[in-house]
Design a protein around this ligand. Structure first.
Ligand code: HIF
Length: 295
């Protein structure tokens, strides 16, 4: 709009209220999904925020959410990112309205808004990411391979700077969304409520009997009872590895503990690769849900 252009021209410095407006638009846009999946872009947006951040390598300081490099090839074409153009396109509409926000801030704020609007925990977030260049694209292979076991999961997440407890806490996000045969090759949702953030991922892992699905696709598990839910090999490992299992059981038994630990780990994930001095605030903000603003 003319007003926004004028603001940019006068060196517009956005406040928390301006980011709250972006959050509110994200909440609208992810709900405006007609017959896409379960009527929500929330899960695929949570996956975009994670894949934009999870390329971080603490040893070299490369990758992470700072430069939003998934806008560029070859990262946009990396196999792990198949299908994420859907989320990027949905958010592009918002970038057009709020041209002052960086892509990295937009994508990570969208991850936060999606989690919160799908009834998840508050996730502390703050702006400061800047748009980078193609030269910042990290190499392929930094995101996890779902067909692998515990050593691979540890390799990938330790490289980002996470420990076992944080890994297991993050994994509860697979309560959301589903696998698509035309993206990853896997098929189906993890829970019966894929647009509501719950600890059902862990509960189902322990409460259901999981058997290998008989099909021509990649190795995945299905629940014996309904055959309508799935687990990836990397999900199932959380019940097999002794250290992972301890945390997974704790999160199955205590949803408050899960929400608290997920919030901390997801917030940390979304800040990977962003130099501290770039953040505009010394402490991350708690953005309000749409419900909180209207009641
Ligand atoms: Fe996922 N994940 N993820 N994931 N993920 C998929 C989908 C989602 C892994 C593999 C897959 C995390 C960790 C891991 C979400 C969020 C998070 C798919 C299916 C695969 C294969 C993609 C498709 O076909 O559309 C692996 C191997 C991980 C390491 C263990 C995070 C913790 C759980 C970090 C995380 O937040 C979300 C949300 C989806 C659903 C996307 C959708 O379109 O519905």
């Amino acid at each position: 709009s003319a007003a926004q252009t004028a603001k940019v021209a006068t060196n517009f410095v956005p406040t928390k209220e301006d980011y709250q407006k972006v959050y509110n638009r994200i909440a609208e846009v992810i709900d405006d999904a007609d017959d896409y999946d379960n009527g929500s872009f929330g899960p695929v947006v949570v996956r975009l925020a994670w894949h934009a951040s999870g390329t971080y390598d603490k040893t070299t300081g490369t990758g992470g959410s700072n430069y939003a490099t998934m806008r560029f090839q070859p990262e946009s074409l990396h196999g792990a990112n198949a299908g994420l153009h859907v989320a990027r396109e949905v958010l592009e509409k918002i970038k057009q309205e709020f041209s002052w926000i960086s892509y990295g801030d937009l994508w990570t704020l969208a991850g936060v808004a999606a989690v919160q609007e799908m009834a998840g925990p508050k996730v502390p977030w703050r702006p400061g990411r800047i748009d980078g260049f193609e030269s910042h694209v990290p190499p392929d292979g930094r995101l996890p391979d779902a067909s692998q076991g515990a050593p691979h999961i540890r390799d990938i997440f330790y490289r980002m700077g996470f420990d076992d407890q944080e890994i297991v806490a993050l994994c509860g996000a697979h309560a959301l969304g589903r696998c698509h045969t035309d993206r990853s090759g896997y098929d189906g949702p993890w829970t019966f409520s894929p647009t509501t953030f719950t600890n059902d991922f862990y509960k189902l892992l322990f409460d259901e009997k999981w058997v290998w699905k008989k099909w021509n696709g990649p190795k995945q598990l299905e629940d014996k009872k309904t055959k309508s839910l799935m687990m990836l090999p990397t999900d199932y490992v959380l019940t097999q590895d002794k250290s992972f299992k301890k945390y997974a059981k704790a999160y199955a038994d205590d949803v408050d503990l899960f929400f608290k630990d997920f919030s901390a780990a997801y917030s940390k994930l979304l800040e990977l690769g962003v130099p501290t001095q770039q953040f505009v605030a010394s402490e991350a903000w708690i953005m309000q849900t749409v419900d909180e603003q209207t009641s």
